[in-house]
Ligand binder design. Structure first.
Ligand SMILES: [Zn+2]
Length: 336
């Protein structure tokens, strides 16, 4: 895409061949100090622009580790194009270690935002104008919310050819189809013509090294695919394209004995958890309604009726076998 040169952020130009560490003012504190989003812009020769955002949900910090590793340990000397890295998109949520903003809004339901709206809308507006609209492609980094942890997976609108390309290139074996929620960063970016992928891995308020490594290698793969970096992408052992997932919810209140782990292949009818009362007596069991793989699990083994225990991908029997071979071969057992 041809872009106006020099690229600028809130009036600060960043010429080709330079790197800039910027702070974009998005709000002010009660004590009237500026609140600013830190942004690193790495520019090489002419080429595409890729944004990578982390911490749109303020307590989902694995993406901070991913961007720190990417920026510190990568060789960008041959870069063609521009990387816009936003390690802390939701600064107020990050400071409070809260998924949401202080106005209780969810930034990831607030895009594209507006200049005169709520705190969430104003923050979304700055991110959308300065970062998303200046990019050709995007990757948004997340983890499981609340007490849930996710096995590494990418999510995207697989009706969009640009998103399919990113999903294929990232190299994560599990690829989930979905447009994302209304007013989410990725859905709004795709609608604005910027194919954007979500990488989901791990849990909130943690740095989980193996999941961070998968994220770094995925972004480098995407940059190689876009010819921003030299070299070929590192191919995963397999790719499973998932178009149906199920939430397995507790039928009764109680204390869980969880029998599966993240990424584990599931046969139909396999026990996911046993629910006991405080005397240790069994009340009920949750079983897999179909074959598949564990995408996400609660980390809190205490449930009310209706609480989400397990998020699973539905796979056909051939895919379950393929995933089982990958999993049992050892390379699929990515543990946090
Ligand atoms: Zn999130």
């Amino acid at each position: 895409m041809t872009r106006r040169e020099p690229l600028s952020f809130a009036g600060t130009p960043v010429p080709l061949g330079t790197t800039a560490e910027l702070r974009l003012k998005v709000a002010e504190t009660y004590t009237a100090d500026p609140v600013a989003v830190p942004v690193t812009v790495v520019r090489g020769a002419p080429g595409p622009t890729l944004f990578v955002t982390a911490t749109v949900h303020g307590d989902e910090i694995n993406g901070v580790g991913i961007l720190r590793g990417l920026l510190n340990d990568s060789d960008f000397s041959g870069l063609k194009g521009t990387l816009i890295a936003v390690p802390v998109a939701n600064v107020p949520g990050f400071l409070n270690q809260d998924r949401r903003l202080p106005d209780r809004r969810d930034l990831n339901r607030s895009f594209p935002g507006s200049r005169s709206g709520s705190l969430a809308a104003r923050l979304a507006d700055v991110l959308f104008r300065e970062v998303v609209r200046q990019s050709d492609y995007g990757i948004d980094l997340h983890t499981g919310g609340g007490e849930r942890s996710n096995f590494p997976q990418v999510r995207g609108d697989l009706a969009n050819p640009g998103v399919i390309e990113l999903a294929q290139a990232f190299g994560c074996p599990l690829i989930l189809d979905g447009t994302g929620p209304d007013a989410s960063l990725r859905k709004t970016a795709v609608a604005a013509g910027v194919p954007t992928l979500v990488y989901e891995a791990g849990s909130a308020r943690r740095f989980e090294r193996p999941f961070i490594e998968v994220g770094i290698s995925g972004i480098l793969n995407v940059m190689r695919h876009l010819r921003m970096l030299p070299g070929e992408i590192v191919e995963p052992p397999l790719r499973l394209w998932v178009d149906r997932t199920h939430w397995i919810r507790a039928r009764a209140g109680g204390i869980l004995d969880i029998k599966v782990e993240l990424g584990q292949p599931l046969r139909r009818g396999e026990t996911i958890s046993i629910n006991t009362n405080p005397f240790g007596r069994e009340r009920s069991q949750l079983k897999a309604p179909c074959g598949g793989v564990v995408l996400g699990l609660t980390q809190l083994p205490l449930v009310h009726p209706g609480d989400a225990v397990c998020h699973m991908a539905r796979l056909d029997s051939r895919e379950v076998v393929a995933w089982g071979e990958y999993w049992n071969g050892g390379s699929g057992r990515i543990r946090s």
